[in-house]
Write a protein of this length. Sequence first.
Length: 877
Amino acid sequence: MTQSQPNEIFLKDYQVPAYLIETTALRFELGEDNTRVFADLKIIRNPECQQSNPALQLDGHPDLVLQELAIDGRSLTTDEYQREGELLSIAAVPQAFELHCVTVLEPQNNTALEGLYKSDGMFCTQCEAEGFRRITFYPDRPDVMSVFETIVVAEKALYPILLSNGNAVERGEEGDTHWVRWQDPFPKPAYLFALVAGDLKYIEDSYTTMSGRDVKLQIFAESKDLDKLDYGMTSLKKSMRWDEEVYGREYDLDIFMVVAVDFFNMGAMENKGLNIFNTSCVLAHPATTVDAGFQRVEAVVAHEYFHNWSGNRVTCRDWFQLSLKEGFTVFRDSEFSADMNSRTVKRVEDVSLLRTAQFAEDAGPMAHPVRPASFIEISNFYTLTVYEKGCEVVRMIHTLLGADEFRKGSDLYFERHDGQAVTTDDFVQSMEDASGRDLTQFRRWYSQAGTPVIDASGTYDAEARRFSLTLRQSCPATPDMAEKQPFHIPVAIGLLDQQGGEYLLENSATTQVLDFTAAEQVFHFENIDSEPVPSLLRGFSAPVKLSYPYSQEAHIFLMQHDSDGFNRWDASQQLAVEMMQALIVDHQAGKALQLPEQLVNAYRTVLADSSLDKAMVSKILTLPSQAYLSELAEVIDVEAIHKVREFVRNTLAAELEPLWQDVYQANLSEAAYSPDADSIARRSLKNLALAYLLATGKEEYLQLALQQYDAADNMTDQQAALTLVTHSDFSAATDDLLARFYDSWKDESLVVNQWLSVQASKPSEGALARVEALLQHPAYDAKNPNKIRSLVGAFCGQNPVNFHHQDGSGYAFLADQIIQLNKQNPQIASRLLGPLTRWKKYAPARQQQMRAELERIKASGELSKDVFEVLTKSLAV
Ligand code: TRP
Ligand code: ZN
């Protein structure tokens, strides 16, 4: 907890550190009542710092108990240093000296899950972004890089495994305790420090790097989860190979360790040589993990591994540069997943997330540039903007430069900055220097928030055989900035002829990338024989909202003929969106709803075409989500969107029933479960067909779903059946099925999380009462972020009709949860706030209810910086 008016920190105020830490020697004496941390730091003046005799400033959390502080062997008296808030300063220090510091912690009582804490009886750490200051007094900033040595001491019986960064160089025993000494030869900032101690089991493998070095690979977990580690290991080895092949990056230590922990605020953490993972992002087994879970494990393992270069070897100068490592690393893991699975499907998934969640963030009160200019609490800036939009910004550089020049740029970046803490500007500079491209204007993507809007229109001159495309760009104001300068936007485009063939454009290619840099620009295409249908923003070449006055026929034409797979899908989405938006207006006007024949026919054509890629068929036939339709709406009418989606789904179910039956039958499989792209596509199409069949409301399909539930040899099929039945109108079958599911899986924590989510997101009346009952269920643990996300998070984020209930009960419920979590786990509290901060998008009655709950949280007592920042910013707009 902090004072009521926390400081805002600005990028423009950056100053180099006054002191550098050459070496950091740590000794942890882990105990049940308390843990003592001995830190010995070799400190020198930073030659680059201009100040004369600056004070030594160390970060330390206000709750941190200081037991001893000494310089060059002499203990300091309390008047020789000052503690104020998060800072400890020592006014007079030598040019070079040794600092000795002893702190006392109570990890077992650390519910914030930052710094050193306990997860299910094991000790573990989370130091990014500013958790190290909860362990000892230290310059806790990423531009202070030091060589670490760590001795971990603990009771042998309770903590047989003792881990830290780097290589284990020595170990020993003394009575009931034992210890291990770890050395990490690579200088690193404190946020990459890690320690784990517990009764862990592990699997081991090895990897031979491209230069022929053998690396030992170990993945640790509680013994009950030992059978769920193989997929993570396979993913790790694939990631190591891919980074060598695509980026020329080799692993640099002799050992790489991954640990699975159940209490974790985020997905995973890239600590040097010792990655720590949320169990949800590394454990995988066909019986307990759904297809999306396997893909998430593969992606997150890759993401954290890739950080070894993009994040660890080259790190961030300050936290405003967070996207330097996160945007780039998301780009790397996204390309890896595209190479391992289906590229188009991966693109559709990434863009869907961006368009719903990131665009909403960009339009909300917490909007910020990819490189924020200020913050109160950095934990609030691990956002979709920094990660996903940051990834899109790197992807645009890749599009502008082409793969080869981009690789030259990344090689130069890694070579030039190895061992340094740098800025997003340094990254762009390397790309410029290697390619000769001018990215001056492009840099605005890092400094201007908001989602650019492109208005496109085309004219065809038959006589001149010329097609002209006019593009106009603008960017809405965001709380931090009213006026935006034009962006440098790569617009990938193709032109289709009347038969669905493609015109050859620049360099005889069918796709051309336009450099769209002015507020308005006209592009001409010559030798076009007849009026073309333009395919715009192919592959979603920029994170913008583009509109073009397409007819329904043009959407359908593109759906069938576009050579760009992403745009084929996008055409189907836009077609459905436009029709559903019209239906929403009809519903609001009290008119009877009628589904246009064109949509039914378009879907019928896709469904009947067995030559199409199954994954894409299933993506195309999935209706635009409630979240996407909400993001697009001027004012979100929760009920109308929900009603229209149900109506369209039910109508498509009834009209195409025989086709859904065929698709279901054709995609049943006898083969053993495998999480490869083709099998995943087959299951997703089959389960989509089952969803439509259940939507007919016919009893026989309930039986089909129950049959699938019982026959399933994998969690994907079982969970699909459970969710569909639970969310269907067959309420009689639901309770029994939920009870059976719980009974089968009550010992599998991650499966129980799915069981909680399925109930929390059930759209029928009375959801809140069910959620409140589940809060009391023995399976729930109010201190475990995964449980909170599965129940409270799912209710507030995935059950719009109930969360936004007219009586305001959903809002009050969330506010109560946040007030409780604010003290216990500020990071989670602040993240959960999200749905309430978007009050401006709703009609006045709801706005008032939502604001009132925000005010109630504000008045509830002392707020963490995390909650304070999100609250004040969302009340200010
Ligand atoms: N750097 C982590 C990543 O790979 C993010 C992260 C993990 C994190 N745990 C955290 C960020 C806790 C803030 C707080 O993306
Ligand atoms: Zn990351």
